[in-house]
Design a protein around this ligand. Structure first.
Ligand SMILES: Nc1nc2c(ncn2[C@@H]2O[C@H](COP(=O)(O)OP(=O)(O)O)[C@@H](O)[C@H]2O)c(=O)[nH]1
Ligand SMILES: [Mg+2]
Length: 426
């Protein structure tokens, strides 16, 4: 249980009988207002400002169990405390300057992390590494703006080339730094959001078998009967810590069967939202006319940025299965598992994930948009040769976009939105 605010000393005296010494684990008994013992546990007192929220904080560790916990909670509430709202501790930490906004978001991301890699990136943001690299750019921008203000005071003819060159050199450095952060953030956002992978192809090529193989369990029904899969089957898997949302679809074909027809429609809808499409064929028959028709329709139905991986399945039925891992097209057997590791790597590569221990920032969509906006303002500034007013304005807008990330410049609506998504007690 965690309590924060100026009344903490008084609440501790009422419920625990005493205020524990600062930061010293203290065996305490919690009692209700009538003096009935409820639980015995460890109390910890963190006087302001050296606490998570920056206020006086008391933590009580009881034995657990819902009834006991609720009784102790009720005792604190009877003594004058109120229940916390979702994310309220972190919100107070933000308003008391214990954390900036990107760090506050990292708290939620750390709790929600679905893999070790995502957790590590969230912790990096929480420690302030992401914020510091943003701040560094903001500082460089502030210097550049000051320099530009000085240039504004002179008529263009009198601005010496030395100053002008200096301004452009600085701008280029800031742009390069921003490009670097953006790349790290885009990669990191894959860890947070995951990749939407859709398996598609004509009936019976082995799509459901592949989903099961990737999932490591029998998720979708597999039979030799074409048209077995009629609805979407979704499965979340992780490759090297990157979450993949894999969707198996009904085989794409014209059909008179009403249920199957709806399934095929859903498959096309799902394809329209894919990050990566696995286009599946049979290795022993190759790309036939039905496959050609599907490929042709891909051109108009797949989203512009979607990556496509062509996979030939059932190589165990082929004469020369040795061709596994051939670079251009992937040859696999969903049945034996041959080539599946290559496919896993291809999926990560198609999504833009690069292997290795490099730094990535577990950026949110919000951060990416702000970074992209800043980048486009800097781009615009670079186009403004010698119109210093416009140059200065673009720099100002870029700085503003970046400041939204750390919360130096953020609307109340956005703050409400961010903290509402926390769980209670964080
Ligand atoms: N020999 C062989 N058979 C496969 C392979 N993958 C799938 N099959 C078989 O092909 C048939 C159709 O598979 P299924 O996964 O249901 O295909 P879907 O219609 O594309 O989902 C089933 O009988 C599977 O056992 C493979 O790699 N090798
Ligand atoms: Mg199927």
């Amino acid at each position: 249980m965690r309590i924060s605010g100026p009344n903490v000393p008084e609440l501790a005296r009422t419920v625990l009988g005493k205020l524990p010494a600062a930061r010293l684990a203290t065996l305490s008994v919690a009692r209700d207002l009538r003096g009935v013992s409820l639980d015995q546990g460890i109390a910890l007192y963190y006087p302001a400002p050296h606490s998570y929220t920056g206020e006086d904080v008391l933590e009580f560790q009881g034995h657990g169990g819902i009834a006991v916990m609720q009784a102790v909670l009720a005792a604190f509430v009877d003594a004058g405390a109120r229940l916390a709202e979702p994310g309220e501790y972190t919100r107070r930490a933000f308003f008391n300057d214990r954390l900036d906004l990107a760090q506050a978001e990292a708290v939620a991301d750390l709790i929600d992390a679905s893999s070790k890699e995502a957790a590590r990136s969230a912790l990096r943001s929480l420690s302030g590494e992401f914020s510091r690299s943003i701040e560094a750019i903001v500082e460089a921008l502030v210097e550049l703006r000051a320099l530009t203000e000085a240039l504004l005071d002179f008529p263009e003819e009198e601005v010496d080339t030395l100053h002008r060159d200096d301004a452009y050199r600085r701008l280029e450095r800031v742009r390069a730094a921003l490009v670097d952060i953006l790349a790290k953030s885009r990669r990191g956002s894959l860890l947070r959001e995951g990749i939407h992978v859709v398996i598609a192809g004509r009936p019976n090529v082995g799509k459901s078998s592949l989903l099961n193989r990737l999932a490591g369990e029998e998720r979708a029904i597999v039979t030799p009967i074409p048209g077995t899969t009629r609805d979407l089957v979704r499965e979340d898997i992780a490759i090297e810590g990157v979450p993949l949302h894999v969707v198996d679809t009904a085989g794409l074909r014209e059909t008179a069967d009403e249920v199957e027809r709806i399934g095929v429609e859903r498959a096309w809808q799902e394809l329209g939202r894919a990050d990566v499409v696995i286009a599946m064929f049979e290795a022993n028959t190759g790309v036939g006319p039905e496959d050609q028709a599907i490929l042709a329709r891909f051109e108009s139905e797949l989203p512009a940025g979607a990556a496509r991986i062509e996979v030939f399945n059932k190589i165990d039925l082929c004469a020369e299965p040795a061709l596994v891992g051939d670079s251009a097209t992937l040859r696999i057997s969903a049945k034996t598992g041959a080539g599946i590791d290559h496919l896993r790597q291809a999926l990560l590569a198609a999504a833009g994930w690069t292997r290795g221990g490099e730094t990535v920032f577990l950026a949110r969509e919000r951060h990416l948009r702000a970074l992209e906006r800043a980048a486009s303002h800097l781009e615009a500034a670079a186009q403004e040769a010698a119109r210093w007013e416009l140059f200065a304005e673009e720099l100002r807008l870029a700085q503003q976009a970046l400041s939204e990330i750390t919360g130096a410049f953020t609307s109340d609506d956005l703050l409400g939105e961010i903290f509402r998504r926390f769980c209670i007690g964080k």
